[in-house]
Design a protein around this ligand. Structure first.
Ligand code: PGA
Length: 248
């Protein structure tokens, strides 16, 4: 049995007052909910305050990125050990916005996943094809390359969660159909099986991301290879995020 995960990626939203208001609204709505891992990923500057607010609850804390070196002369970066120190248990790595706007590559994603795992964090490893890649029939090639590159040299996937986020579905209101998402998830699980064996593949949580909302979550997570969701827009309000958690 794979425990589903509902993770909220707050992106570049929510200063401290709004962040606290959001988690304080969320806590009672998901109180006592078990059998689902609930994760929120605020911006770096409010991690510490959100960590205190959710302490003792069933909500876990993630960052949205990390650097691969633990410390040193790397102005502006935050290391995975520092995230752990701030109260994080998870970190999102390789989100398509980081790949698109900040020069993230499979090689940097790989270094970041290794650093996160070494620090004891769970890495939420994001992959996904662009519209142009899908339309030219290269979806599986792209996913296969991202998986091999991102996981290169990593022996155990115990603390890795994969998030499949088709770039064309992120923030666009366009969701992959249940069948399109399931097809990609089954492919990803097959690649994991080829690289790590059937047992590791059977245990791997693979989340879908891209315009997930309360209205479409049930169809997606009822697919056999979809183990939850990485959610942007719908995670910014307590009621819609709680509706996703309660649907899982
Ligand atoms: P969205 O974002 O739910 O707003 O499409 C998902 C994500 O980027 O993780």
């Amino acid at each position: 049995m794979r425990t589903p995960v509902i993770a909220g990626n707050w992106k570049l939203f929510k200063k401290s007052a709004e962040a606290l208001q959001l988690v304080e609204g969320l806590i009672p709505l998901v109180k006592g909910k078990s059998g689902v891992e609930i994760v929120v990923a605020p911006v770096f500057t409010v991690l510490d305050r959100v960590a205190k607010a959710i302490s003792g609850t069933n909500i876990k804390l993630s960052a949205q990125d990390c650097y691969w070196e633990e410390e040193g002369a790397f102005t502006g970066e935050v290391s995975s050990g520092m995230l752990l120190d701030a109260g994080c248990s998870h970190v999102i790595i390789g989100h398509s916005e980081r790949r698109q706007y900040f020069g993230e590559t499979d090689a940097t994603v790989n270094k970041k996943i290794k650093a996160a795992l070494a620090a004891g964090l769970v890495a939420i490893f994001c992959i996904g094809e662009t519209l142009e890649e899908r339309e030219s029939g290269r979806t599986f090639d792209v996913l296969g390359t991202q998986i091999k590159g991102g996981l290169s040299g990593i022996d155990s996937l115990q603390n890795v969660i994969v998030a499949y986020e088709p770039v064309w579905a992120i923030g666009t209101g366009k969701t992959a159909s249940d069948a399109q998402a399931q097809e990609a998830h089954a492919f990803i699980r097959g690649e994991i099986a080829a690289l790590y064996g059937a047992d590791a593949a059977g245990k791997m949580r693979i989340l879908y991301g891209g315009s997930v909302k309360p209205e479409n979550v049930a169809g997606l997570i009822s697919q056999p290879d979809i183990d939850g969701a990485l959610v942007g827009g719908a995670s910014l309000k307590a009621d819609s995020f709680a509706a996703l958690v309660n649907a899982a």
